[in-house]
Design a binder for this molecule. Structure first.
Ligand code: MRU
Length: 347
């Protein structure tokens, strides 16, 4: 099928194809919430920089953006051999979110088997549309776990900014709100890059969903006061035993929920499940620059508080063991521990 005139829009990604013109635009997430600046991405180097610097971020969205970049390069005249080189560079832009690898693998398989610009473009658009549908399914499945009166803790940003659709964990929250359930969301600020304080707070305010922003180290205190009834997060990679990687700090949320006997839920599409990965021990964890921890920088300015030259450890993700998880909300269904132990994720 050829698609010569198509426009697809999400909260943070826009693609317009008009014959040989292929325009790809990203909402620069490093500037949110103070500036809403859309940037045009023309080269592979620009896309790789955007992924590494988190101008575009969130496991599903970096997969979709990278697939579209491959299609754009094909439209711009790259042949199969050159496209495979470009795709490999995109694949290596960030190591933890398996969605990036799964989307690029789909693109390269097609390029190797039967390369045509039309087919490559169609597949990238299909990956975008599929992510929208996967989010809708996750939202519907997950909302069945949310009850009237729930006070829900979430970590990082898992909404429209992190996917092509309504999001994963945040999509569940949004759906429950749309269903008329009275819920309140506690947003972990999510140090060091503040995806909660900057991005989730921005999304929830736009959606008029009641919410309160907290710093990450306040969550356990709120749990002890019985102010949190559920926690829901997204994921960057789920191993087949149910262990999963997500934004650094997620593991602490899970441990705190376990201690306080609060249901802890992870929501993700099948494109986040790594069937090659037996357990969380095999998930590669991205290490990021020290300056993200020694201070903050963004559209609000640059501040450094740590002494110059201090040694810093800055893993972008941590792994939560399956035994701390109450439910895995996938696009297919909601799975309990029994189903995960029975090997449902292998299929
Ligand atoms: O480093 P980021 O901002 O890309 O990390 C994002 C997360 O950890 C999200 O929780 C995860 O990708 C799921 S998004 C639907």
């Amino acid at each position: 099928m050829s698609e010569h005139s198509v426009s697809l829009r999400s909260m943070a990604l826009e693609v317009d194809i008009d014959n040989a013109q292929f325009s790809l635009r990203l909402l620069d997430q490093t500037l949110l919430p103070t500036q809403e600046l859309w940037i045009q991405v023309d080269t592979n180097e620009q896309m790789i920089e955007a992924i590494k610097s988190l101008r575009v971020r969130g496991a599903p969205l970096i997969g979709v953006a990278a697939a579209l970049m491959v299609a754009k390069l094909a439209v711009q005249g790259e042949g199969a051999e050159q496209l495979l080189v470009s795709a490999k560079k995109l694949y290596e832009a960030r190591p933890t979110a398996v969605n990036l690898m799964i989307c690029i693998d789909r693109m390269t398989k097609l390029i190797r088997e039967s390369f045509s610009v039309d087919q490559v473009t169609s597949l990238a658009l299909q990956i975008f549309r599929e992510d929208v549908d996967l989010c809708d399914q996750i939202a519907l499945n997950g909302a069945s776990l949310i009850e009237d009166g729930d006070q829900i803790l979430t970590h990082c940003n898992t909404g429209g900014l992190a996917t092509a659709g309504v999001g994963t964990a945040l999509g569940v929250i949004r759906k429950a709100h749309e269903q008329g359930k009275k819920i309140h969301v506690y947003i972990d600020e999510t140090r060091p890059l503040l995806q909660g304080g900057r991005l989730t707070a921005w999304e929830l305010k736009k959606l008029n969903i009641p919410c309160t922003l907290i710093t990450d180290n306040m969550a356990a205190h709120l749990m002890s006061l019985k102010k949190i009834t559920k926690a829901i997060v997204g994921s960057d990679r789920i191993a087949i035993n149910g262990d999963f990687a997500n934004k650094i700090g997620t593991y602490s949320v899970a441990v705190n929920c376990f201690y306080h006997q609060i249901p802890f839920i992870v929501a993700a599409p099948y494109t986040t499940v790594d069937v090659q990965c037996q357990s969380g021990l095999e998930i590669p964890i991205e290490q990021r620059p020290a300056k993200e921890v020694t201070g903050v920088s963004g559209s609000f300015g640059d501040v450094t508080w740590a002494p110059s030259g201090v040694t810093v450890y800055n893993p972008a993700f941590d792994v939560t063991p399956a035994k701390l998880v109450s439910y895995w909300v996938l696009d297919k269904a909601v799975f309990s521990k029994e189903k995960i132990d029975a090997g449902i994720l292998k299929k």
